[in-house]
Ligand binder design. Structure first.
Ligand code: RIB
Ligand code: CA
Length: 319
């Protein structure tokens, strides 16, 4: 029994690890990948998505470029976190330096998530790993299609109690486009928020990333080059001798239904421009959202063996 999914993503270093995990999980039928601006520009996130799927032997999966900027706010990307390329020290292949093949959709183009939903012949699970702009565009264009075809939405975004990574309160995905989050909340989809409350606990340490660089698997070595940059960022920014691979928990939850513990909240998001921009907070008048509050990190690390093999088990060879 496979689960049909669409992944909306802004690759991004934790995104490419997550795409590799999904591609190496036969339980998942990836109907399409839709890309968005976020960690890098749309052209680069689209190039990166195509490249990691090709490395995973899944060039058959359609990659559909979506939004190249937030609904109303100016574009902000995260080169300091993910590199100008979006994949750190990994060698990106294909177009993406200019506008190239992943140029911004024409004004008449259907939103990427609408195109992807039409590719599915039954209700799907929508996994979002970036800002929610693409989902918001789909809701604006064809709300009935989204409501009938998205049986479940699980997204890495937000934070309830954990400190933010973009300001004191907000994660990057919610901060990029709070208006999009507000529109998604307003649609009352069956949304599960996998936020920093759990993702901050999913880390890879520097020594593990070094070991991955010695793997015989070209995909793993490429991911290790990306992760090396991510470790350098986390070391500078958070004094962490490792990196937080936020996005993997969404796919992990689809593979292991008891990976995360959820609680029901009514949430709203701060759409102001001050220090609380992008803060997701509890509000009795808010949208009914399931929020992940606990995670089985050991089970998640076991799942990552599907990507890393046992490259990260072997002790570091004597220098
Ligand atoms: O706040 C973390 C999220 O923002 C992750 O999805 C990361 O890839 C960035 O998109
Ligand atoms: Ca992401």
């Amino acid at each position: 029994m496979t689960t049909a999914i669409i992944i909306d993503t802004d690759p991004g270093i934790d995104d490419v690890v997550t795409l590799a995990l999904a591609a190496r999980s036969p339980e998942l039928e990836i109907v399409a990948v839709t890309t968005t601006y976020g960690n890098a520009t749309l052209a680069r996130t689209t190039r990166n998505a195509r490249h990691v799927l090709a490395l995973a032997g899944r060039s058959d999966i359609p990659v559909i470029p979506g939004a190249d900027r937030p609904l109303v706010r100016p574009l902000v990307t995260a080169p300091e976190t993910h590199g100008e390329s979006g994949v750190g020290h990994a060698e990106p292949e294909g177009e993406g330096e200019g506008e190239g093949e992943a140029g911004p959709p024409s004004s008449s183009a259907l939103p990427a998530v609408v195109v992807a939903l039409h590719l599915a012949d039954a209700p799907i699970t929508l996994v979002t790993l970036g800002p929610l702009t693409n989902l918001a565009h789909a809701l604006r264009t064809d709300p009935d299609l989204v409501v009938t075809r998205v049986r479940r939405h699980i997204g890495m975004f937000g934070s309830l109690h954990e400190r933010g990574n973009t300001n004191r309160w907000a994660d990057f995905n919610a901060w990029c486009d709070p208006e999009a989050v507000a529109e998604v909340f307003g649609a009352e989809l069956p949304t599960e928020m996998v936020g920093l409350d759990v993702t901050r606990r999913m880390t890879l340490d520097r020594a593990e990333v070094v070991r991955l660089g010695r793997s015989s698997d070209p995909l793993v070595r490429w991911l290790a080059d990306a992760l090396r940059f991510y470790v350098e960022f986390h070391c500078r920014q958070e004094r962490l001798d490792g990196c937080v691979v936020n996005d993997v928990l969404t796919i992990g939850q689809l593979l292991e239904p008891h990976l995360l513990d959820f609680a029901r909240f009514r949430l709203k998001i701060d759409t102001g421009d001050g220090e609380y921009r992008g803060r997701t907070l509890s509000d009795p008048a808010g949208a009914a959202i399931r929020v992940a509050l606990d995670v089985d990190v050991t089970a998640m690390r076991r799942l990552l063996d599907r990507v890393f093999g046992h490259a990260w088990d072997r002790p570091v060879a004597e220098e």
